[in-house]
Design a protein around this ligand. Structure first.
Ligand code: FMN
Ligand code: FE2
Ligand code: FE2
Length: 396
């Protein structure tokens, strides 16, 4: 159905509630939206397409919204197939369309579709596309989170089309703007999206932010989830925290692995001791039971992380090993860690966790490291009490 946003800008996005895993590994609990926009000015201009799974709905909306006009321009901000899958079909349906993007994008179009675009307008940073009344200025945002990514800024309506930046999981339900909904999960899902998909590229996000921070912005239109027209600081402040790897909350999460339950029991006891000492909002996760993308989101949120791990074939329990490797890949920094190991004949987990944590930048490992041999003994109970004290002092 035709969906006018304002000033001849139409929403042409679609929501997928059937997709189980984004990028085939990130679980979705409420689907995902692929946003696309159409500007009906003297020239008609489509900003990105959507995922191939939603092509029928997309083309129906496109035809209905264009009415009997043809498509003059297709702007490609990002070549990831969730947004560009339908480029080839656009060219088949609208053979006179001019594709507008940068040199890297045209290379990727050739790779994905084996296509040499005939009608193309190759733009550079700062170039402007005039549509009659609207004027789109291109701002390059390399590695947020692919190299060819660019934003565009409509000088007339002061709208920032921000590609995947400020995106989130979650299908849309009629209301397009964040200020129209009460979505309690929005920020945790936005963080999970950011941390897992863009998290590695904090420095690039900061560079892109520096290019837009002095623009007068009245609307931000991302490629996923809600659009923004006020209270931009709600999302921008979070982005700055995430991009600079600053924790949002001075709080503790405990990530434990456990096969027979002894490490799990110690995790619960540590949490109780921390609660008795006044800490709030302590979170415990069993790394085998919670999908890693949620754990990573928590890593981006909190200041203090307790890792509790049995020794496993002279190494770490596989899920813990994976979590630490993912933290490294995503450039996690500026966190305080506490370590607890378990082992029945030769505990090694603390040594390995220390090495792995120390591969992260600007981290601190608390002095008190605990070794449990099979199950907690009296000494371990005292150790836990001391560690709880050290954690609390370090948070203050
Ligand atoms: C496949 C496997 C490999 C293990 N490898 C080691 C090891 O290399 N060194 C060690 O001390 N314990 C090893 N363990 C024993 C566990 O680390 C130990 O029993 C621990 O107490 C389990 O803690 P949990 O009760 O929280 O599961 C291994 C256990 C399994 C199942
Ligand atoms: Fe993307
Ligand atoms: Fe995307």
């Amino acid at each position: 159905m035709k969906q006018l946003i304002n000033n001849d800008i139409y929403y042409l996005g679609v929501s997928d509630r059937r997709l189980k895993d984004f990028e085939n590994y990130i679980p979705l609990t409420n689907g995902v939206s692929y946003n696309s926009y159409l500007i009906l000015d003297d020239k008609t201009c489509l900003l990105d397409t959507v995922d191939a799974l939603k092509s029928v709905e997309f083309f129906k909306n496109l035809e209905e919204t264009l009415e009997n006009r043809t498509l003059d321009y297709l702007v490609v901000h990002h070549m990831e197939p969730d947004h560009c899958a339908l480029i080839k079909e656009i060219l088949l349906r609208y053979p006179n369309v001019t594709v507008v993007s940068n040199v890297q994008t045209f290379k990727m179009i050739k790779q994905f579709f084996n296509l040499d675009i005939v009608n193309k307008k190759e733009v550079k940073e700062g170039d402007i596309l005039n549509l009659g009344h609207h004027e789109l200025k291109f701002i390059f945002a390399p590695m947020v989170h692919w190299p060819e990514v660019m934003f565009s800024y409509d000088i007339i309506t002061k709208t920032l089309f921000s590609a995947d930046a400020f995106g989130c999981f979650g299908a849309l339900s009629g209301n397009l703007f964040y200020d129209e909904v009460k979505d309690e999960t929005y920020f945790s899902e936005a963080r999970r999206y950011y941390a897992n998909i863009v998290g590695k590229y904090g420095a690039n996000v900061c560079n892109a932010y520096n290019k837009i921070k002095d623009l007068e912005i009245k609307q931000i239109f991302p490629l996923h989830s809600y659009l923004w027209r006020k209270d931009f600081n709600l999302i921008i402040d979070r982005y700055i925290k995430w991009a600079t790897y600053e924790p949002e909350d001075k709080e503790v999460v405990i990530f434990y692995a456990s096969m027979y339950g002894n490490t799990a029991e110690a995790a619960n006891n540590l949490a109780i001791l921390l609660a008795k000492k006044g800490l709030k909002n302590i979170k415990i996760y069993d790394v085998s039971q919670t999908d890693e993308t949620y754990l990573i989101s928590e890593v981006f949120r909190v200041s203090h992380i307790v890792l509790m791990c049995p020794t496993y074939n002279l190494g770490l329990y596989p899920k813990m090993s994976s979590l630490l490797a993912t933290m490294q890949k995503l450039n996690v920094q500026k966190r305080t860690f506490a370590l607890i190991e378990n082992g029945t004949w030769g505990p090694l987990a603390n040594k390995i966790m220390t090495e792995e944590v120390n591969k992260l930048k600007s981290v601190k490992i608390l002095d008190k490291k605990i070794t449990i041999k099979s199950s907690s003994n009296k000494q371990n109970e005292l150790d836990l009490e001391n560690l709880a004290e050290e954690i609390v002092n370090s948070i203050k």
